[in-house]
Design a protein around this ligand. Structure first.
Ligand SMILES: [Zn+2]
Ligand SMILES: [Zn+2]
Length: 73
């Protein structure tokens, strides 16, 4: 049985996406301060699943944890 995990995305305070993977990802210090030009920091994290489920929180650990436990209805 294949199971796709919901996608987790970080967003800047203005609502634009803050890339967390790939060559253009934004780098942040361990304390969360932006180290990439144009990056304003990560204000919120949203996990979205194909089934319509979504989970949002200020801290990455919350939706990241919830998406690992998520099973589609
Ligand atoms: Zn950013
Ligand atoms: Zn789902």
């Amino acid at each position: 049985m294949s199971r796709r995990q919901p996608k987790l995305t970080a967003y800047h305070p203005d609502g634009s996406e803050c890339p967390t993977t790939g060559p253009d990802r934004h780098r942040l210090s361990p304390r969360g301060y932006p180290r990439t030009d144009g990056c304003t920091g990560r204000a919120t994290w949203i996990a979205v699943c194909q089934c319509g489920w979504r989970n949002q929180a200020d801290l990455k650990v919350v939706p990241d944890d919830n998406r690992r436990r998520h099973t589609c209805p």
